[in-house]
Design a protein around this ligand. Structure first.
Ligand SMILES: [Zn+2]
Length: 380
């Protein structure tokens, strides 16, 4: 009888040991010794963010630059990137506290990445056009948990990235991209920094953060979302979106309409060239079908949309970065005129009792259901 409490205590200890060994803990308590695991703690990661921001400000100082806090745009994948399986979310607070960057002013930009991507941050001074890039050295972060915070970063890289300068030096920037001066994040940093500096609206910033860069393709999705809000307002329960020609626009629509596959409100087809060739001429440019529920418990109505790419005034330089950056900034000025680019190919109603999901199942081609495929040809 007396051994029962001991056994129970032993089980508790075993469970505690298991939790510490397999999940890790920022605090390991052993008798009177209290050892702090710096990689696990909020304070430590916040300090990493502060150190990165201080290092960036130091780099500006060496160039004789004293940027105003309000002019700094901070971009980072902190929170998405993990180090040794640990969250880097607190880096955001460290960066914000030193630079004064904020979510509300679009000056703290959280760029989507995979958890295994290296942790990076970029601090852009929009008044001078200079940017400082910092990337965590994963070998140092993994090798020494006690490594002093500044030693965790690779040497800072400083480049002028304002669009005026970049567009005037295409060959130089093509080489910099080839050499991955910003660790392979050159395109995303250049396009996002310049979009924010040009006054990108909140919807654009949200879409670009999720897409992880700003390109004409995601601009088309932002315009499509803007078009829908005004010209095809959501019914009760929002939209059901069916991409029949997917591209970067999908990421904007997912974020801006909150229509997602997880909520059973987003479908995507990946048509082959032959599938597209089988579409009737009036549906050749079909990109997205958007559905909404009619009021008062009515059925579903749908609209087939296309996107008309504009002839921008941008010169064709042959450099993908230059051409896209120029087009990005041009489309940013078009955000209030989505109807100029979003075209309606067809309006229709689904038969009673039929939902958009019924037209998104395996083997069902909504364009064929709409009579928009040549006889005998179908995407699916
Ligand atoms: Zn894209």
């Amino acid at each position: 009888m007396k051994s029962a409490p001991f056994k129970k205590k032993g089980r508790v200890c075993a469970v505690a040991l298991f939790i510490i060994v397999f999940w890790g803990s920022p605090l390991c308590v052993s008798g009177t010794e209290r050892k702090v695991d710096p990689l696990g703690g909020y304070k430590w990661w916040k300090r990493v963010g502060e150190a990165a921001a201080e290092s960036a400000l130091g780099s500006f100082g060496k160039m004789g630059l004293r940027p105003r806090k309000g002019d700094l745009v901070v971009m980072t994948n902190a929170g998405y990137a993990e180090v040794d399986g640990r969250s880097t979310q607190a880096v955001l607070d460290g960066l914000a506290s030193v630079t004064g960057s904020s979510r509300g002013r679009h000056t703290l930009v959280e760029v989507h990445s995979a958890p295994w991507a290296p942790l990076w941050c970029a601090v852009y001074d929009r008044s001078s056009g200079w940017n400082v890039y910092l990337e965590l050295d994963p070998s140092r972060a993994a090798a020494g948990k006690e490594t002093p915070v500044p030693g965790l970063f690779r040497p800072a890289v400083m480049e002028r990235i304002d669009s005026e300068h970049v567009l005037a030096h295409p060959s130089s920037w093509d080489l910099k991209i080839k050499n991955k001066v910003f660790g392979g994040n050159e395109f995303r940093i250049l396009t996002i920094a310049n979009a924010v500096a040009a006054g990108a609206p909140t919807a654009a910033v949200r879409a670009v953060e999720f897409h992880d860069h700003y390109c004409p393709g995601v601009a088309s999705g932002i315009l499509m979302a803007e078009y829908l809000k005004t010209h095809f307002p959501p019914g009760e329960g929002g939209y059901f979106v069916h991409a029949v020609k997917p591209w970067c626009k999908e990421d904007a629509l997912l974020v801006l309409l909150n229509a997602t596959p997880g909520k059973r409100a987003y479908a995507v087809d990946y048509p082959t060239k032959e599938d597209e060739a089988g579409r009737l001429p009036e549906a050749a440019e079909a990109a997205t079908i958007v559905y909404r529920r009619q009021k008062d418990g009515g059925g579903w109505e749908g609209r087939v949309l296309a996107f008309s790419w504009a002839e921008t005034p941008c010169p064709k330089t042959g450099s993908a970065l230059m051409d896209k950056l120029c087009a990005d900034l041009w489309y940013l000025k078009q955000m209030e005129h989505p109807e100029r680019y979003v075209k309606v190919l067809k309006d229709f109603r689904l038969p009673d009792g039929v939902s958009p999901r019924d037209w998104a199942g395996p083997g069902v081609d909504p364009l064929k259901m709409l009579g928009l495929m040549q006889t005998g040809k179908s995407e699916k």
